[in-house]
Design a protein around this ligand. Structure first.
Ligand code: SF4
Length: 660
């Protein structure tokens, strides 16, 4: 193995679809230590290889598929893998953390990551088994939905080998083939949903990749890791969020709380409450539609719902889909949402962007800006509209470009609900101003998780004042960095919910919970010290935050909570540093004016997002300039000063082209 660290297979492979060449990509132990894996590793690889004029749909763009050191080691909720690329939706870096089993089997094949560049001349699929790479004609698979193509691939593999072979798959559906800007990549029933990863795969004429193998995944200290995992599973199962709320209601369980707090996007974010929310909430989903809870590999939380659509057991919707295809378009029919959710998965399309684009189109029609036949509350034709988007037929061809593109063509930028071109999830930020900041500054565009998920404190689990901006920028920085580090290990972000001690959550009216919530606006300076000097926390935080301990047991690296936190900070800053190559700065960390200029409650000026002042504090907490550019000394502190600048990257590409 080409690494001294456990948890890694020690190899990264690169496939060039234009030439059919396969080679090892150099990745050192120093890079493993600094960039861990997952999205941070992917950002480093992209940062070293893409120039400022690289287009998302081009041979030069890469799909970088990474695992983390936890993937496949038995650590809770750690079957995750990540896909990063330049997004056709936003033009900047996007990353998607996905369940399914592809990550596990990629490691079984002997690789920590797979880089795909170039473009095949005709549709193909790639079969990787241990060290063998085979390219197969995929013309007979082209056009198939994501479920059908995964079944077909299993059949082909079985026929070729005379018996079934356990494998992991990533595939695209018609939306990816037709380069819908928000097409997803699918693995089992899970999606690398956001930012149009599926369109990049479609552009490359790559219908699917299968991986399998029989390599052992070694860890540094199996005995200590098993002991830790045992108590960690137990803790997650006992926590009110990861052991009760998520298993019992899934993410859909948040609908009712959001309604109560005025955070449930309704009628394209015109309002924060939906009168019929009880017809489309998590409680109803659990009581009347959920057949059984499902989960990703090695996950004690099992947050996924299973529902019946047309007599078939399929994956149920998440909160974002339920909110945006429910109150978001004034639809109170639960079954229709289950059906559309399934159809969108089968077409290989991000339900958040699809639903939000639809809501924009309905409002544009209502306001007389675009005569498209779509209207709030009219849902009979929605299945057909989604199919038309995936196949780029009729108005579907324009809807396939997303709400930013549409608002630039038809007007209505104030109600095209996106940031940097990526549509927002179902949380209404005017009643969660910290999340409003997070949506705006998030590296991949309007993403609640990449934005730090402050709404968890602002009403979903704790009662921190939703409208008070003080303290929120520093909390946002801390949560973004910790989630970045957890994600880079290959672990699901839902495990971080257990970071909040159980009594805080289960006793909302206790003096200590109230005291904590009231103290948040004053904690900024304390967190600022930690955000500036993360390494001073040279301790572990057992039970609440086992990740840093686990990273040591898995890899053997010297790790503390502080160095773990710093690694997350490094990853987050790295993505920003790369995005500045594409012109991203303060002006792009924005929200539509509906959310920043129009109070949600008429006459109550506090119910809008005070974005600009929060951004200034946020940039200072990150060590960025007032324009949102990481300062050279910040880059140096995070060991990012040696990263190829965009000038270097441009030069590198020019030399490569000359060489050809
Ligand atoms: S919490 Fe849910 S999404 Fe995360 S690993 Fe478990 S089942 Fe998968």
């Amino acid at each position: 193995m080409a690494t001294k660290y456990g948890g890694y297979m020690g190899r990264v492979c690169m496939v060039d679809l234009s030439t059919g060449k396969v080679c090892d990509y150099p990745w050192s132990d120093e890079e493993r230590r600094l960039f861990i894996g997952g999205k941070t590793m992917a950002a480093k690889i992209l940062g070293d290889n893409i120039a400022k004029d690289t287009k998302p749909l081009s041979e030069e763009n890469m799909l970088v598929i990474t695992t983390g050191p936890f993937t496949g080691t038995g650590t809770p909720s750690s079957s995750r893998f990540n896909i990063s690329t330049l997004s056709p939706q936003t033009g900047i870096i996007t990353s998607s953390n996905c369940g399914g089993n592809f990550g596990y089997y990629l490691k079984k094949a002997g690789f920590d990551a797979l880089i795909i560049k170039g473009r095949a001349k005709a549709p193909l699929w790639l079969e990787i088994h241990n060290n063998s790479f085979k390219f197969h004609d995929a013309r007979d698979l082209w056009g198939m939905n994501t479920g059908k193509v995964q079944e077909a691939l299993d059949e082909v593999i079985k026929t070729r080998n005379g018996k079934a072979r356990k494998n992991g798959k990533i595939v695209i559906g018609p939306a990816g083939e037709n380069m819908v800007r928000y097409a997803s990549i699918v693995s089992n029933e899970r999606l690398a949903g956001r930012g149009g990863t599926g369109a990049v795969m479609g552009y490359k004429n790559l219908k699917a990749v299968t991986v399998s193998g029989n390599h052992e995944i070694q860890v540094h200290d199996r005995k200590k890791l098993d002991k830790l995992n045992k108590s960690w599973f137990k803790y997650l199962k006992s926590h009110p969020l990861t052991g009760d709320q998520l298993p019992r209601l899934g993410t859909a369980g948040l609908v009712s709380t959001m309604q109560m707090r005025g955070q449930l996007s309704t009628k394209n974010y015109n309002y924060g409450q939906y009168d019929d929310f009880e017809k489309v909430n998590g409680e109803l989903l659990a009581e009347e539609f959920n057949i059984v809870n499902k989960g990703c590999l090695s996950c004690p939380i099992k947050c996924a719902r299973t529902v019946e659509v047309n007599g078939k057991a399929v994956k149920g919707p998440e909160l974002e889909t339920l909110g945006l295809l429910g109150g978001g378009i004034l639809n109170s029919d639960m079954y229709s949402i289950l059906k559309w959710n399934y159809e969108l998965d089968e077409l290989g399309m991000d339900s958040i962007s699809a639903a939000s684009t639809l809501a924009y189109a309905m409002e544009a029609n209502e306001k007389g800006l675009w005569d498209n036949g779509l209207a709030f509350g009219q849902t009979d034709e929605i299945s057909q509209v989604f199919d038309d988007i995936a196949h780029r037929r009729g108005i579907g061809d324009e809807l396939a470009n997303g709400s930013k593109w549409l608002s630039e063509k038809y007007g209505g930028k104030e109600f095209a609900i996106h940031s940097k071109g990526l549509e927002l999830a179902a949380y209404e930020p005017r009643r969660s101003v910290g999340l409003g900041l997070g949506y705006a500054v998030s590296n991949r565009g309007g993403c609640h998780l990449n934005g730090g998920y402050m709404v968890l404190l602002e009403g979903l689990s704790l009662n921190v004042d939703q409208q008070n901006p003080h303290g929120k920028p520093d909390f946002t920085v801390m949560f973004q960095d910790l989630m970045e580090a957890v994600s880079s290990c290959g672990q699901c972000l839902f495990t971080t919910y257990a970071f909040f001690p159980a009594p805080l959550i289960s006793h909302p009216n206790s003096w200590y919970t109230k005291a904590f919530c009231k103290s948040v606006p004053y904690l900024g300076p304390v967190l600022r010290a930690l955000n500036t000097f993360p390494q001073v926390a040279c301790i572990h935080i057992p039970v609440l935050f086992n990740q840093s301990i686990a990273l040591h047991h898995v890899t053997g690296m010297p790790v503390t909570f502080g160095s773990f936190f710093k690694a997350g900070k490094r990853g987050y800053t790295l993505e920003r540093h790369i995005n500045t190559r594409f012109g991203i700065s303060r002006k792009d960390d924005s929200l539509p004016s509906r959310l920043t200029d129009e109070p949600q409650i008429k006459g109550d000026e506090k119910t809008k997002v005070p974005l600009e002042p929060m951004k200034s504090v946020y940039y200072a907490a990150r060590g960025w300039t007032g324009d949102g550019i990481p300062k050279p000394k910040t880059l140096k502190k995070l060991n990012l000063d040696g990263l190829a600048s965009y000038e270097d990257a441009c030069k590198m590409f020019a030399e490569e082209k000359e060489g050809e």
